[in-house]
Design a protein around this ligand. Structure first.
Ligand code: ATP
Ligand code: MG
Length: 345
């Protein structure tokens, strides 16, 4: 059903974003950035955002936020995004995000928000002390996507529930105001062998840029020595690489390292297992580290170069914001009309 509704008057458009909430991880690269790049040349319009409004849902030092914002756009460009082909911008320079976000705060139901597992994970036992923004953030994320009438959202597996919430919000808005098809029901696009890269020290948790220990994640800017050290210390079990993929069942740490290898080398998990069948970790981990360095070093070198020219990064964000606003503002204006706001200037 949703595919039909999507088809009504909505051309395919891709939107996604990443929070400038710290150094980028291999999870962000494989689950998001690499796939943004793959989508860029597929002939559809691609809009990629640095979602700074989301970053401040937890405390960010202002100077660190500015740095992380520029570093994220540097990572986008260094990984192969082209600011002529894709719209690259930071969210706070397009105020329509916050405005549509408010409308959606009034559409989304408390019961829906209470079911968001990521809030529970992030708030933990501290739910009384976290910001209201952290609780409301999935409704702002719905606004980010629907402000562009985006139909496809490439994300990691951890964001699936939020894209589903976006569909619920779109559907309720369309129903409540009797504007069927105004907002498309976007599809999450969760593909590849590394849709959820796990924490290297605890494979029950995903790898996150805001995780407690640096040893649990590979940062895109880590050097070769650090990458080798982190994989060497990554938790595993005593068995090495099995002879069949089935042999990874119930072994989340082993599965994670093989998935990462498959994603980085653009092979299937079967192919990796076939190549390394019977190998111990003493063989596999250094091979994985070499592969990660081969893929990440050129990107981090280019990121460092781009970071020497912050004005150029800011110019990309500013120009991208103008292009983004040109799409977003008319959609927001239409939403305001639909809701019944008087607009007389
Ligand atoms: P934070 O800890 O601040 O939430 P994060 O590492 O989870 O940071 P986000 O900015 O929340 O990063 O997410 C950016 C994108 O990266 C999203 O598409 C998300 O699904 C993807 N992503 C994040 N972590 C992983 C992971 N471990 N594996 C695959 N994709 C991931
Ligand atoms: Mg996250």
């Amino acid at each position: 059903m949703s595919a039909q509704i999507n088809a009504v008057g909505h051309t395919k458009r891709v939107f996604s974003g990443i929070k400038p909430s710290g150094g980028l991880t291999l999870g962000n690269y494989l689950g998001a950035i690499k796939r943004f790049v793959d989508t860029q040349d597929s002939g559809v319009e691609t809009v990629y955002c640095v979602v700074d409004l989301h970053a401040i849902t937890v405390w960010q030092d202002p100077a660190a936020l500015r740095y992380a914002t520029r570093e994220l756009v540097a990572a986008y460009v260094a990984s192969g995004l082209n600011s002529d082909k894709s719209i690259l911008f930071n969210q706070s320079q397009v105020p329509a995000h916050a405005e549509l976000g408010w409308l959606f705060n009034c559409v989304a139901r408390m019961g829906w928000m209470n079911r968001m597992t990521q809030f529970k994970d992030k708030a933990g036992k501290n739910a009384e002390k976290v910001s209201l923004g952290l609780y409301a953030y999935p409704s702002l994320m719905a606004a980010d996507i629907l402000l562009y009438h985006a139909t496809h959202v490439p994300v990691g597996d951890d964001q699936k529930q939020h894209v589903e919430l976006t569909r619920d919000i779109a559907q309720k808005f369309n129903n409540d105001f009797k504007v069927e098809g105004f907002f498309p029901l976007p599809e999450p696009v969760i593909e590849g062998p590394a849709t959820r890269v796990m924490n290297l020290r605890d494979a029950t948790k995903k790898m996150s840029k805001s995780g407690d220990s640096d040893m649990e994640r590979i940062n895109m800017t880590d050097d070769a020595e650090m990458i080798a050290k982190k994989f060497k210390k990554a938790r595993t079990d005593p068995d090495g690489i099995p002879s069949e993929v089935k042999g990874l069942d119930g072994r989340p740490e082993a599965r994670n390292l093989v998935d990462i290898y498959a994603a980085l080398s653009e092979q299937s998990v079967d192919a990796v297992v076939a190549e390394y069948a019977g190998a111990g970790w003493g063989v596999f981990k250094p091979a994985l580290a070499d592969l990660a360095v081969a893929k990440l070093a050129p990107i981090s070198t280019e990121m460092a170069r781009l970071m020497q020219a912050p004005d150029e990064l800011d110019r990309i964000l500013g120009q991208g914001a103008e292009r983004a606003a040109a799409i977003a503002n008319p959609i927001l204006a239409k939403a305001y009309d639909i809701v019944g706001f008087v607009r007389s200037r």
